[in-house]
Design a protein around this ligand. Structure first.
Ligand SMILES: [Zn+2]
Length: 316
């Protein structure tokens, strides 16, 4: 199977699927009982088909099961970045088979959130080794509450727990490709990993980057706005002009896209910090609309301007 290289595109719009799902759910009786964004994302995954987008040199992005998933396809094995949501098992399984007959030998969890790790167990049972940061492994082994999502996540079954831990850096050779897994300082959570495909020049940055949407920041698990800005700066250092950057959510990006994101994070952080420093409370800061200049481009998804302002405020 051959892949046509494609270039990242500029100015892409929001993840229409999430918007559509949100607006559709608003009119169903079930939505009345559904209070957590987690339920919306799961329902969306249940409905979605898996879309495969070839990136470069045997690397493919799969969308439709929570966060973006990467797959390096070689004749002997497949290497995955993130495991998606377990409700997508059958569809993901078919999408993986369509990419080639080799089994998935490795799956890296970029962080502990269920939309990136919920598929660990079935992938492990199908032969994959699960790789993660030690903090991610710890969170997955017990019940974890995220108040910002109004949701408690059960521990994964033993078969879904990571068995290979990366606290600094680890390199894999997969069909001639050098795959570097790199732990970064706390950003979206305190267990974030980047995955760099060195020959292909593709960089997966997990949920430290949501392209075209305000990002979620897991302040309750070591994340913060300052960490997110640090991670964006680190990504910019790693990326060249030709690098394909794969965010945790949203379309693939160029270095220039990522720069705009970094500026948005930095400006919002400074605006919120200034108002907080003047003694304003959270409610007043949200009313002052510190994200106003960015809302048209970034504020139309799950994390709306008020929610994002709160996440920034709580992390300062
Ligand atoms: Zn996440």
């Amino acid at each position: 199977m051959s892949f046509t290289p494609i270039q990242p595109r500029f100015g892409q719009t929001l993840v229409a699927g999430i918007l559509l799902a949100t607006s559709m759910l608003a009119y169903t009786p079930a939505a009345l009982a559904q209070d957590s964004p987690v339920d919306k994302i799961n329902a969306e995954a249940e409905r979605s088909d898996i879309k495969a987008t070839p990136l470069r040199a045997g690397l493919v992005m799969l969308e439709g099961s929570g966060g973006n998933i990467g797959v390096l396809v070689t004749p002997g094995e497949k290497f995955m970045v993130d495991a998606g949501i377990a409700v997508s098992k059958d569809k993901l399984s078919r999408a993986l088979t369509a990419l080639g007959p080799a089994t998935v030998r490795y799956v890296v969890d970029t962080h502990w959130h269920w939309d990136h790790t919920d598929g660990n167990a079935w992938l492990h049972e199908a032969g994959a080794q699960v790789i993660a940061h030690p903090r991610t492994a710890a969170y997955l082994a017990r019940t974890e509450r995220v108040d910002d999502w109004r949701h408690s996540f059960d521990a994964l079954p033993a078969s879904g727990l990571p068995t290979t831990l990366v606290s600094k850096q680890k390199r894999y050779l997969v069909g001639g490709e050098k795959v570097d897994i790199e732990a970064i300082p706390p950003a979206h959570t305190d267990g974030d990993l980047f995955v760099r495909f060195r020959n292909a020049d593709v960089l997966f940055v997990g949920d430290t980057y949501w392209n075209g949407m305000y990002p979620f920041i897991d302040n309750e698990h070591g994340g913060s706005i300052d960490g997110m800005i640090r991670a964006a700066n680190l990504s910019l250092k790693m990326a060249g002009d030709n690098t394909i950057i794969v965010p945790g959510h949203g379309p693939i990006a160029t270095r220039a896209d990522l720069e705009m994101y970094r500026t948005m994070l930095q400006t919002t952080r400074d605006n919120v910090a200034k108002l907080k420093g003047e003694g304003m409370n959270l409610e007043a800061i949200i009313a002052a609309k510190p994200t106003a200049t960015y809302d048209a481009k970034w504020g139309n998804s799950l994390i709306d301007p008020a929610f994002f302002t709160r996440l920034v405020y709580n992390g300062l």
